[in-house]
Design a binder for this molecule. Sequence first.
Ligand SMILES: *Cc1c(COP(=O)(O)O)cnc(C)c1O
Length: 385
Amino acid sequence: MSTYKSIESALIHGGIYGDEYTRAVNVPIYQTSTYEQSGIGETPKWEYSRTGNPTRAALEALIAELEGGKAGFAFASGMAAITAVLSLFHSGDRIIISSNVYGGTFRVLDKVFNNFGIGYSIEDTTNIRELETKITPDVKAILVESPANPLLTVTDLGEVARIAQKHNILSIVDNTFMTPYLQRPVTLGVDIVIHSATKYLGGHSDVVAGLVVVNDDRLAKQIAFIQNSTGGVLAPFDSFLLIRGIKTLGVRLDRHVENAEKTAKFLSEHKAVKKVYYPGLPDAQGYEINKKQAKNGGVMISFELYENYNVKKFFRSLRLVALAESLGGVESLVCHPSSMTHASIPYEVRQKVGITEGLIRLSVGIENIDDILSDIAQAIAESEE
Ligand SMILES: *Cc1c(COP(=O)(O)O)cnc(C)c1O
């Protein structure tokens, strides 16, 4: 039934389309925990909703198709998805993470998996040659984000996949910031893609969810086993919300990116702004690599104001743009990484990697661009001391 070629159509028609039973155009919410079986000893298609649920299965088929992978898995949050992936490893294994990753990814490694003897090390993954020298025999995976949270640093995903393959270890990409509409790591050779679907895939700040995509049958079997064994699955209603959100991902992101590009330009020309981090700006770190592996610079922008501007006052003065954790919703959100999303990273590490007290992270929404820019402009003016 796949008569389309473009991702825009796949967003709407991909995975499992509609309902066989009623021919409803939407996959219904199969709000059931169990299924009647015809007899013992026969393996039914559906047996128990932790193991499998038709609404969740439709979402899982959809994300696998969108990312160009073999199998997809839906979890109760991005962190549950990351936890499932990290459960592939054993005591004595070590995982390399990039120096900019989501604070929760660092925390679960540092405070949970560390207790089970799974180690981690933080490396600058933008320097591939340097990175390859860090792959000692205990290293079993490289986990990166590109652009990474919160400084939007770009890592060459194809190169990470290449060195991982060469050393027979796994490459894992958290693709939350880009989504398959802007970047498809599996097509660059990456083994595992993770999403916090809470963000752009859901898109409306109304669902917490996580997704995993793999491109290998053995890995698919392992993740399915872990998903069923540890049980952090996504509920049918939340699966439905995500499918619904994904249908408009293309049109939302087109507007998000248009607004982000204008906002990045506005900030980089503003006299109060010391530095703008946005991979879509030609002078940004990794601009060329990002251009090669992604459709554009995405939606996330971080920036720093000069010292004579008070960051606390800036946040307090915003009227349209909301101060909140999270990102990727239709509304513009702003956050203070050093005290919010990245507070679980020790102060010294934060300083070393550039997550300063003055850093502001912006998820540009799809409101009218003039309203967004005038709100930011007035908050900057209010914050001058
Ligand atoms: C939010 C986020 C996560 C965690 O996802 P949850 O859905 O909040 O559990 C992981 N990675 C990135 C890049 C994120 O932005």
